[in-house]
Design a protein around this ligand. Sequence first.
Ligand SMILES: C[S@@+](CC[C@H](N)C(=O)[O-])C[C@H]1O[C@@H](n2cnc3c(N)ncnc32)[C@H](O)[C@@H]1O
Length: 208
Amino acid sequence: MKLKEHIREWWDDAHHDYDSIPEHGVHSRAEKELWGDALTRSLGTAQRLKVLDMGTGTGFLALLLAEMGHDVTGADWSKSKLKEANEKIKSSDIPVKFVIEDAEDLSFEGGIFDAVVSRHLIWTLSDPATAFSEWARVVKPGGRVLTDIPGKHSHHSNHHFGEEIGRQLPFYNGSDPDAVVRMFLDAGLTNVSVQRFNELVLVSGERL
Ligand SMILES: C[S@@+](CC[C@H](N)C(=O)[O-])C[C@H]1O[C@@H](n2cnc3c(N)ncnc32)[C@H](O)[C@@H]1O
């Protein structure tokens, strides 16, 4: 089976109870507040933005951004994760649109979002450089791309896909923020910076 298909099927396995896994789901008010604070500082509060949450999973960031008043699209390539995300918004009146997309090959036309954000995604990408180029393509000039950085040695050994597949994923075993900064610059982003919010490390850049 091809690498990407293997990874997609792994994520799509509806038997993973994603939100119940401590490192994945957000269980504490403190973590939610940390992300809320980081997003507010990175995106500002002045206007309602059109935001793409890439690799939205069960929708944590998408819902948080919508609660903050933004117009949010959550995108993921796993139908089962999006089903869970849609279940969450059924019981609320928060308007988030969830769509199937591959982070490395988006179907959106260029320059339509004010920001693309992602949480806990880049470690599982086989080609993060292409993903960043795609994210840079779909933001408007002046728009922002933002991702968190996986901690070093976070997915070693047999975690998730195992070592053989892990070796083929550039950030599987964590990332040095500088490596992500270089890829953001190569993707044509400017004003690229690393921001630290306690244990949360974000890289963000702006489209010219
Ligand atoms: C660790 S989860 C993070 C989910 C969510 N962002 C969160 O913070 O809870 C990674 C998610 O990325 C998705 N994903 C991985 N590779 C992807 C790709 N190439 N395109 C779209 N989604 C992808 C998976 O299906 C999964 O839902």
